[in-house]
Ligand binder design. Structure first.
Ligand SMILES: NC(=O)c1ccc[n+]([C@@H]2O[C@H](COP(=O)([O-])OP(=O)(O)OC[C@H]3O[C@@H](n4cnc5c(N)ncnc54)[C@H](O)[C@@H]3O)[C@@H](O)[C@H]2O)c1
Length: 337
């Protein structure tokens, strides 16, 4: 097989996940293998990112994991990587907003240049394979209105947002100009099993979960900001839906992905305490000045376009998702510290 229009059944299909040992990539790998797909992962486990061998527990033997850096692959190696794939899920990224400001050229090389190399390889060697590109709500910057739909102005607040926007636009450009069936999903706050909990580098929810499990208080900065959250399993389902939908509905488009109605960070903190049973609670602190400069404030996605195009809807609400998350980390925390 390799190269397709519609994917009604993943059984026997070939899928490549870049960034597949990370948080969302590994959840997607579990979902694809459960559906009978043949999965290749590309992940070089960059230090301080979300990659963790524990994310692949139970499936590492069933997939082909290439520990290579996307930036280092020459065109021939990239062509060989994508050739024969039915779907490519591009999740390898530099995701830290603060790091993108401290080291913008690394952020650019991973999020923009390596994405361009990947779509170039797909143009040459896998022009009919479905491409699902993991983009971010960060491309909108501080919302001018809520909820944010795809017609909202693009105004990235940091180097990460600029480079992620470039990567997304390369994918969509290749759809328009070269007919590559590429779809971008602009993700909001994602959480769930396999997220980085060691620190707040990936998501503040991660360090809240860790501290609650350790019966230590966690810090809530501000507390009034509204955020919407997507459970990792729902993100994986959305990526599969994007790859499987008729190209005429999704190719060449960027869609928001949200979830259930947003909550304030203070309300989220209460839910975390309730799900964990932590007696240590949380402390509220003023938003740190160095972060405020690149913070986007409140956010809520309008993801009705994606739901209409694919039929996807979130299945796991915050209370259930947090319960799943604590159930996962209770027995595995040591592997994530
Ligand atoms: N997690 C979220 O809440 C969220 C929100 C918005 C967008 N996203 C996007 O979703 C995607 C996945 O994010 P995540 O949270 O799973 O991140 P993650 O850090 O857990 O996973 C990314 C993986 O990519 C790998 N990687 C990075 N650069 C690489 C390279 N050059 N070559 C090979 N491997 C490389 C890393 O080692 C890591 O394992 C990213 O594109 C991110 O921008 C995530």
């Amino acid at each position: 097989m390799g190269g397709t229009d519609d994917i009604a059944d993943w059984n026997g299909r070939r899928a490549l996940i870049t960034g597949g040992a990370g948080f969302l990539g590994s959840n997607l790998a579990h979902a694809l293998l459960a559906r009978g797909a043949q999965v290749t992962l590309l992940d070089c486990m960059l230090p301080n990112y979300g990659g963790n061998p524990a994310n692949l527990a139970g499936i590492a033997e069933s997939l082909d994991w290439r520990r290579e850096d996307l930036r280092a692959l020459d065109p021939a190696a990239l062509d060989a990587l994508v050739a024969g794939q039915d779907a490519v899920f591009h999740l390898a990224a530099q995701t830290s907003h603060m790091d993108s400001m401290a080291d913008p050229l690394t952020d650019l090389a991973i999020n923009a240049t390596a994405t361009l190399s990947l779509v170039e390889a797909m143009r040459r060697a896998a022009p009919r394979a479905r491409l699902v590109h993991a983009s971010t709500r960060q491309v909108y910057g501080p919302p001018q209105r809520l909820p944010v739909d795809e017609s909202h102005p693009l105004n990235p607040p940091d180097c990460n947002g600029v480079a992620k926007l470039a990567g997304e636009q390369y994918a969509l450009l290749y759809a328009r100009v070269h007919g590559l069936p590429a779809t971008a999903l602009r993700l909001t706050n994602c959480y769930g099993p396999r997220m980085r909990v060691k620190d707040a580098r990936q998501t503040f929810v991660g360090v809240w979960v860790r501290l609650a499990l350790e019966a230590k208080p966690f810090e809530v900065w501000g507390g009034d900001q509204l955020r919407d959250f997507t459970y990792a399993g729902d993100v994986a389902a959305a990526m599969l839906a994007a790859a499987a939908a008729p190209p005429g509905r999704v190719a060449g488009r960027a869609f928001n992905l949200g979830g259930f109605p947003p909550v304030s960070l203070a309300a989220l903190a209460e839910l975390v305490i309730a799900a964990s049973g932590s007696k240590a609670g949380f402390v509220t602190r003023e938003f740190p000045a160095e972060r405020r400069k690149i913070d986007i404030g409140s956010y809520q996605a309008d993801d009705s376009a994606f739901r209409a195009a694919t039929g996807w809807a979130p299945a796991v609400d915050l209370a259930a998702g947090l319960a799943e998350t604590f159930a996962y980390y209770r027995s595995r925390l040591a592997a994530y510290l």
